[in-house]
Design a protein around this ligand. Structure first.
Ligand code: GLC
Length: 582
């Protein structure tokens, strides 16, 4: 070949590469030709609790401008979508989960201009935005509720659930957040009780009223028209109520999901919502909760149902208890959910969120010796499972639980009211406080740890919730400059997931199910199979593999080496590797 034909070949090659990459860029939807591929299946979601992420104005509360300041950081994580906890106007009885105006921005968080700038900033960086929609209930300060409680014949009366006092006491309903556990609140203004499954400041909306439904669809359209890319439906599995109010058996509250979730009408409402809103936009939808059983979950998310795209099933995330947990249970639960949804439907994969304590403290080991390895292991799990992965802010650093020892340090309404309830019921308060210390939601809400300056660089004021004192060692600035940090490992994982459709769409199979400390599974798509090995233990542990597997290329490892002995691997404490086994 002479020089000019070599040049021609090179030019043709460049044109081919460029045109292929343009083709990919022209199709922002998905990266593969897998059947039923969807962008929301390929998404890597980063959950931001806005109150705790970054404060831009020194009032001690995170805000939208603070998130804007950190957009390049968010981009650097390799995530492709952000889910924001509620940002709407709210008196904050439950940190924004009590909305007083669904089209307004919470004052502490900023303005609608800030929101628009945030959305534009995310989109410029090819990151989607998912909003939290809290419509099982509103705030008691919402105009609808103010009207509703003002008189029995107010046009908004039926926006909520009322029980007239002349009928006697309403049948007992359990409230998750009430200090007395009672979900009916007496209101002397109209001599009636209203229903609130959560705190009394969060009256439940009456979804059987078509006007309520239309109001909500309008709200969803308002945000979708702005360009929002998805919605998380908060507590929506409880939205339909059996308004004949049957008596439930004594002790039902221990298993309240069986009584509250998926009541008649719920799927009709979701189908209607889908028809009226979701089907008209390219938005994703995800339900908090997957119902009482697999059948409920399938009805929510199966493709032909035309309701929602995916659901967070809680059986997995609920496993770790103060007393500890068994790896066997984790394997069993995650495997059975995967199996159940390997043909139809889609799930979220998560080990933490704003309602849980910190992932590494619950599932891993937050001691100095193992925090980093175990946080990397847990991130490896989330990013190598089937389902859309959700990473909770700070878990990319391996942030840990905070150590509160008196109830006055807690801010969460669930902790404070739960404490009063336990006290009035004569519970062992020592044990109660230990459990709270381990599992409280405030653990997962301490401010983001940006650097080692005062208050971890979160605020120049007084943070609304104390910063974890370990911010000196665990912070973005420090982890950025350490190639072996949890943060940089997280970035490697997101890159890997985006490069390997097998991690998104590949089938999952548990390997060595009986192994007591190693969680091993394969992911297979076409002729590609990856093997994930996770040693969930602070002891070293051996695992024998199929012939030849141990010598396969390592595509990620949270240690610098891997000890191979013939066809076995000796894994170090909390070692996590992925091998490309063919
Ligand atoms: C959901 C939210 C939680 C909130 C509750 C009431 O479970 O995730 O934070 O307290 O609903 O809205």
């Amino acid at each position: 070949m002479n020089r000019s034909s070599i040049r021609l070949v090179i030019c043709l090659f460049i044109i081919l590469v460029v045109s292929n990459s343009c083709k990919q860029n022209n199709n922002p939807q998905t990266t593969t030709s897998v059947q039923n591929a969807e962008w929301w299946k390929e998404a890597i979601v980063y959950q931001i609790y806005p109150r705790s992420f970054k404060d831009s104005d020194g009032d001690g509360v995170g805000d939208l401008k603070g998130i804007i300041e950190k957009l390049d950081y968010i981009k650097s994580l390799g995530v492709t979508a952000v889910w924001l906890n509620p940002i709407y106007s709210s008196p904050n009885a439950d940190n924004g989960y009590d909305v007083s105006d669904y089209r307004g921005i919470m004052e502490e968080f900023g303005t609608m201009d800030d929101f628009d700038a945030l959305l534009a900033g995310l989109h410029e960086r090819d990151i989607k935005l998912v909003l939290d929609i809290v419509v099982n209930h509103s705030s008691d300060e919402h105009e609808w509720f103010k009207q509703s409680r003002s008189s029995r014949d107010n046009p908004y009366r039926d926006y909520y659930h009322w029980w007239p006092a002349e009928k006697g006491e309403p049948p007992y309903r359990y409230s998750l957040f009430d200090p007395k556990g009672d979900a009916w609140q007496y209101d002397s203004l109209t001599n009636a009780y209203y229903l609130h499954y959560f705190a009394k400041q969060q009256p439940d909306l009456n979804w059987s009223n078509p006007k309520v439904r239309q109001e909500v669809y309008d709200i969803l359209r308002f945000w979708a028209d702005k360009g929002v890319d998805g919605f998380r439906l908060d507590a929506f599995q409880f939205a339909a109520k059996d308004t004949t109010y049957p008596e439930f058996p004594d002790g039902f509250e221990k298993d309240f999901i069986q009584y509250y979730a998926m009541q008649d009408g719920l799927h009709d409402y979701l189908k209607e919502m889908n028809q009226e809103v979701f089907s008209k936009y390219d938005v994703m939808s995800v339900a908090e909760g997957a119902g009482r059983n697999f059948d409920d979950a399938h009805k929510l998310v199966d493709r032909d149902r035309k309701e929602l795209n995916m659901a967070y099933a809680f059986e997995g995330v609920d496993i770790p208890k103060y007393e500890g947990y068994e790896l066997a249970t984790m394997k069993e639960v995650f495997s059975k959910w995967d199996k159940e949804f390997n043909k139809d439907g889609w799930l979220s994969i998560f080990l933490a969120n704003h309602d849980q304590a910190r992932m590494v403290s619950r599932w891993g080991n937050d001691s100095e010796a193992y925090r980093s390895a175990s946080a990397k292991l847990l991130n490896t799990f989330i990013l190598s499972m089937r389902g859309t992965p959700y990473c909770y802010y700070g878990d990319e650093l391996g942030m840990t639980n905070i150590d509160f020892d008196t109830i006055t340090q807690y801010q969460d309404i669930a902790a404070i009211n739960g404490y009063q309830k336990a006290l009035s019921e004569g519970e062992d308060m020592d044990l109660f406080m230990k459990k709270l210390n381990f599992g409280s939601r405030d653990n997962g809400r301490t401010p983001m740890q940006w650097d080692n300056s005062e208050n971890a660089g979160f605020t120049l004021g007084t943070p609304w919730l104390p910063v974890n004192p370990n911010y000196i060692d665990i912070n973005v600035q420090k982890e950025n400059s350490n190639p072996g940090s949890v943060l940089n490992h997280f970035r490697e994982l997101t890159t890997l997931r985006k490069q390997n459709p097998v991690l998104v769409y590949g089938s999952y199979e548990l390997f060595a199910p009986e192994h007591p400390s190693i969680y091993a599974y394969t992911r297979t798509l076409g002729d590609k199979t990856l093997l994930t090995l996770l040693n969930f233990s602070k002891e070293s542990s051996d695992i024998s593999l199929e012939v030849g597997w141990a010598k396969s290329p390592i595509i990620i490892n949270n240690y610098n080496d891997l000890q191979i002995i013939d066809d076995s691997i000796k894994m170090k404490p909390f070692q996590a590797v992925i091998l490309n086994i063919n």
